[in-house]
Ligand binder design. Sequence first.
Ligand SMILES: C[S@@+](CC[C@H](N)C(=O)[O-])C[C@H]1O[C@@H](n2cnc3c(N)ncnc32)[C@H](O)[C@@H]1O
Length: 232
Amino acid sequence: MMETSLASTSYQQSRTKLETYFDKTARKAWEDLTSDVPVSGIRATVRKGRDEMRNLLLSTLPTDMHGMRLLDAGCGTGALAMIAAQRGAHVVAIDVSQGLIDIAQKRTPSHLSIDWRVGDMRSHNLGIFDHVIAMDSLIHYDENDIIGVLKAWSQRANQIAFTFAPGTAMLRTMHFVGKAFPRGDRSPAILPVSEARLSQDIGVALPAWSIDFTQRVSSGFYKSQAMGMSRR
Ligand SMILES: C[S@@+](CC[C@H](N)C(=O)[O-])C[C@H]1O[C@@H](n2cnc3c(N)ncnc32)[C@H](O)[C@@H]1O
């Protein structure tokens, strides 16, 4: 059963919609997007942007991660988790979609050992971590819920890197996933967030943490912004 304690109703509703979307509606589209199969124009720009974002997030992690624990929160088909495990990290990779975890498990090289889980990424039962990484798994949640998740992670991690949909007027009209998939595959809305307000709210909610970097990746219809924070 999903852990529901302390999570807001809006968080739980978004999570339920996302589970249906990623597990059923768009599972095949995500399987293709996250593989090497050829994809058409718009999706190719999204794939390129996502590759760039993954590399950016990975560049903030040590190259040798032996002895470290990493949570890949909302891991999807698991590309980032596999690279972190390749670097020696003990990786817990969780996603609300059983279907995407099945794909991730099938793709995992036999020499890697990853603790794949199906469930809620803000669950208290996942252990403590040196690093939490959440690539594009918070972009469908409103800002209050993003802060709630960051607070939950801050109690069991030393560093957190996540992405959000940058909230400029132009970008509000360019929701990359919505445009990248056919109408029937459209995702739940991506909720743009103002970087200034998010930074301010993190300062209030998590006074013991500092924001270390923020960097945008922009490739065709893919627009996403990374933010890294650590305990002072
Ligand atoms: C845009 S995809 C990104 C997947 C992966 N991080 C990547 O970059 O390839 C967002 C993922 O977050 C997952 N997700 C969203 N909310 C979640 C939650 N509350 N708990 C666990 N997974 C969640 C979705 O199922 C989906 O696989």
